[in-house]
Design a protein around this ligand. Sequence first.
Ligand SMILES: Nc1nc2c(ncn2[C@@H]2O[C@H](COP(=O)(O)OP(=O)(O)OP(=O)(O)O)[C@@H](O)[C@H]2O)c(=O)[nH]1
Ligand SMILES: [Mg+2]
Length: 319
Amino acid sequence: MDGAALARAALTRKPHAVARLISCMEDTRVSRAPARDEAIATLEAEAAARDHRSTVVGITGTPGSGKSSLVSATTREMLRQDADATIAVVAIDPSSQVTKGALLGDRMRMRTAVDETRLFFRSQASVTALGGLAPPTYLVVRALATLYDYVIVETVGIGQSEADIKHLADTVYLVMAPGGGDEVQMIKAGIVEIPDAFVVNKADTPGASATYHQLRGALWLARPLDSESVSVLLASARRGDGIADLAGTILGLRAQGSAQEGIAERAGHFFELWVRDEWGRQGVRALRADPLLASSCDPVAGFGAAQQAFNDGMRSRLS
Ligand SMILES: Nc1nc2c(ncn2[C@@H]2O[C@H](COP(=O)(O)OP(=O)(O)OP(=O)(O)O)[C@@H](O)[C@H]2O)c(=O)[nH]1
Ligand SMILES: [Mg+2]
């Protein structure tokens, strides 16, 4: 199927049609680049025509802190609070855990007796060992943002993925669980710098309030300018504490959002990631220092076309 047909089918938000669209975005073959671009262009034109707005929320945090459980409980609550909301969830699993992600998808679908066009779940294997985000994830999220009101991306918050999620999401939440370390460790690990807001999950277990205060302390030290305004929510995905709050807050984000704002910055970031993967440091240097090459690549207008233009430009410079 060509890109425009894939896009038109996906507009129904029927799960199998959306899944086909996503597979097209995940297909990294150069020969599929025109289809990917065509699908995105069709979807974005259509979204603009009906003045569709969406917001992308990143959920990151240490392994096992309860990200998936929180996402599952919170999306159900969002659908309950707002009878019109539509949500897509993308869970990036470190490669070894794909089956777990798939299980979560089943769990969410089972527990959510809502219209299947209102909730879409996809788990994506991470291509990097540390759960980092790759260009296909960017394209998947860009496509889903034209179809759903909320796109929620779950990633493991270790290493690079945490910095990348900032380039993918409008708002980033970091999920912690009690026993996640003291203030000094939190600051050393750099976990307090990037997120817009925090959730201390497993509030039903001992130590949650100590973790809350350590996090507040770490924020005060590491982010003196904005620590007061950063929200830290105590929650329990298991018991349901804090879930209504979190759902309400996320529902409210869309009103502030203009997802288009950061589109050039995002496309540029993930295009550079792709260049680094494909051409190494030499490629990144060329992209930054060669205005003619850079101006031949416009990843906002067409990510695939930009990839092809970059490949052509590098080859002709090397020959
Ligand atoms: N006591 C308690 N346990 C929880 C809570 N939320 C999640 N858990 C448990 O914590 C474990 C990990 O939960 P997940 O939701 O898979 O955590 P995750 O952060 O998505 O894990 P990864 O994706 O593997 O990094 C599971 O055994 C959950 O049942 C909570 O609020 N309280
Ligand atoms: Mg998970």
